[in-house]
Design a protein. Structure first.
Lengths: 231, 231
């Protein structure tokens, strides 16, 4: 991994999914002093947090998991309530809107900014990407730009929000990850929360499509290393 | 209390201090369907939360206290850490900067927005005022305007951030509160966290100045109804 010997301290929001894990490898490759921050908001797909931890151990990155269980109390959704069923099908479907935790991104970005200020970091990275835009209002460019502005004003010290994957779709991210040698066996995407990925929820469908795109790009069979139910 | 029979649902962030308590009375007087939201972030001046509860009971307003103790974990400050002493003196002093919880306002605004979306509210009120600007970067007009923008973009439903006391100082707020018959015995301002207010910390100094200004305005002795040490 080549380093440019920048010693700026930066924070990466790491969900344990493919996008933020690829972003972590990407930022590491640039030689920053990287701190990873994850959020536990009682998500059913909590496995991603364990994998985030393993990725950070592998890359030797300091990793903090913040307990955001109050988000479940303050604004329930199908992702956090045991009594609400996660819908099947493609992300673009109307019923996937139940999976939106209201304003989750602003909550996580604001807490990550507090953390960044506390440790003296100057940049905050997060893995918003082009595939998210349609169903999540808080993944749109206007929102990210406005949050960049809010974050730049919230403290006397300089904090810059960066979302470099903004223009990439999930397939492009896997292509980038392949170049960075990302260990995707340590990432989790399925929203259902069982031992193996379901292969059917919107998240799984999108993940599998991303590996297909990367396989076509590299003209090889770049298989998703995680296990799926019924396989 | 005159009502205009608007039935819009609105959320007021209620700290239990003078500004947000006055704001709650103010919004109530306009006849909205008001929900109050407070945050417990292990503040030493936790008494304000008990008083916020009493104010809501008195005004018959639904009141939620969200547990934000993770802010202490994610970004410590003199207001939340037992081992850090709250400095004495006026707010404007350099040493008061220790009392800044990094990015606290954005964190509270983002969570309040999640709450507002969850209950179907269209407006979110908070009591930022002109006295706060100098030492808190996240009380500046640029910050509030940027957060208005971010909040308006974070969801498909319309949520508007309102900070109507932006142009008022604390004295002006007490003047407004006097007109609204605010019960200031149910508000708390001291940062030190003892049984009686200390009368010496930046918060107490500012509170006492506010009552002096209101007294001059009304040309009567409008005394602060809470108890101070040494009185």
């Amino acid at each position: 991994m080549k380093t440019k010997m920048k010693k700026e301290k930066v924070v990466v929001i790491l969900s344990g999914g493919m996008d933020s894990t690829t972003l972590l490898y990407d930022i590491m490759s640039k030689g920053y002093d990287v701190y990873a921050l994850s959020f536990n908001y009682n998500q059913k797909h909590k496995k991603e947090l364990d994998l985030a931890k393993l990725t950070c151990e592998k890359l030797n990155v300091p990793h903090k998991i913040a307990d955001l269980s109050l988000l479940n109390d303050i604004a329930p959704s199908a992702l956090t309530r045991d009594d609400w069923k996660v819908p099947e099908g493609h992300y673009a479907d109307e019923n996937m809107k139940q999976t939106v935790v209201p304003n989750r991104n602003m909550v996580m970005l604001s807490l990550a900014t507090s953390y960044a200020i506390g440790i003296g970091a100057t940049e905050l990275y997060y893995g918003a990407h082009a595939g998210d835009h349609d169903i999540y209002p808080d993944c749109r460019k206007e929102f990210i730009d406005s949050m960049k502005q809010s974050i730049s004003l919230c403290d006397w010290s300089k904090i810059e929000l960066k979302a470099p994957y903004w223009i990439l779709d999930k397939g492009d991210i896997v292509i980038r990850g392949k170049e960075l040698n990302v260990d995707y066996s340590l990432t989790w995407t399925c929203y259902v929360g069982k031992e193996k990925a379901c292969g059917k929820c919107g998240s799984c469908v999108e993940r599998l499509e991303a590996f297909e795109k990367a396989s076509k790009y590299f003209q090889l069979n770049f298989k998703d290393p995680i296990e799926y139910e019924g396989n």
